[in-house]
Design a protein around this ligand. Structure first.
Ligand SMILES: [Zn+2]
Length: 268
């Protein structure tokens, strides 16, 4: 099925999701110069469910997994992809459209060679879209259930494939999937891979793939824990759109604060 049709069908049949996507057109956003680049800040209160989520093992083990088929809202449609995933409309969107691609089996959010190859394959299947992966300790709101996400490439304020000294991404390009997948895993490195401290974004332009890798020192900055600036950077934030789920954080966001946050969370 065509993905736009799937998206439209879902919004037409699920009022709650439709309302959140409609609300996106009215979210507050501002741009600011941080070092030599433009960072977007988005005030998105619906994301509090994700960005303020408790992610400790005890909390996770006590909640029903919202990506497992039997626990999903009954209104949520699924589109099978690659025979191992269900493509879903994300009911807590950052951009429109915003998809979650959940494994059909409940298994940890860890990145294998097979999963990277799946991401490259999906990037070909859905041109003009960015497929991304949040490491279990770097923004994944379901670290216990393997999932990818996908947005339109045009949603990102900074295109994939441009190195940023502030956000410290590693950029790789290739037309050889097998080789690129191995290079991606090598660039993340086994310690970051095992710790779940990375974000990965990929897209395909019809002739080759581009991948951006963000190695992370930590998920949340110190300001999160003293509650002075509660942001939880995942792949989208690292790619240049910082999500604030509280108005006070949106208003407080400044070049100095964002520069400090990226210095804390981005690893070389
Ligand atoms: Zn699950």
């Amino acid at each position: 099925m065509d993905i736009q049709r799937f998206f439209d069908d879902q919004l037409n049949s699920w009022d709650e999701a439709n309302d959140r996507f409609r609300a996106l057109s009215e979210v507050l956003t501002k741009q600011m110069q941080v070092a030599s680049e433009t960072i977007s800040v988005q005030y998105n209160p619906a994301r509090a469910i994700s960005s303020l989520a408790k992610l400790d093992t005890k909390t996770l083990s006590q909640r029903p997994c919202f990506l497992c088929h039997d626990n999903r809202p009954r209104q949520q449609l699924k589109m099978p992809v690659l025979s191992r995933y269900h493509l879903l409309v994300n009911p807590f969107p950052i951009f429109s459209p915003h998809f979650t691609i959940a494994s059909t089996t409940h298994q940890p959010q860890s990145l294998s060679l097979a999963t990277v190859l799946d991401m490259l394959s999906l990037a070909c299947q859905f041109p003009h879209h960015v497929v991304f992966f949040n490491g279990a300790k770097a923004g994944a709101s379901a670290p216990d259930h393997l999932h990818l996400q996908m947005i339109s490439a045009s949603s990102l304020s900074t295109p994939v494939g441009i190195h940023s000294p502030l956000r410290k991404n590693t950029t790789l390009q290739s037309s050889d999937a097998e080789r690129l997948a191995n290079d991606i895993l090598a660039a993340i490195g086994s310690s970051h891979l095992n710790a779940g401290l990375f974000n990965l974004l990929v897209l395909n332009d019809g002739s080759r793939w581009t991948a951006d890798i963000y190695r992370r020192k930590t998920h949340r900055p110190t300001q999160y824990f003293d509650q002075t600036f509660m942001i939880s950077p995942g792949a989208i934030d690292m790619a240049g759109t910082v999500i604030a789920s509280r108005l006070e954080d949106y208003e407080k966001a400044s070049p100095a604060l964002l520069s400090d946050v990226f210095a804390q969370v981005a690893d070389d």
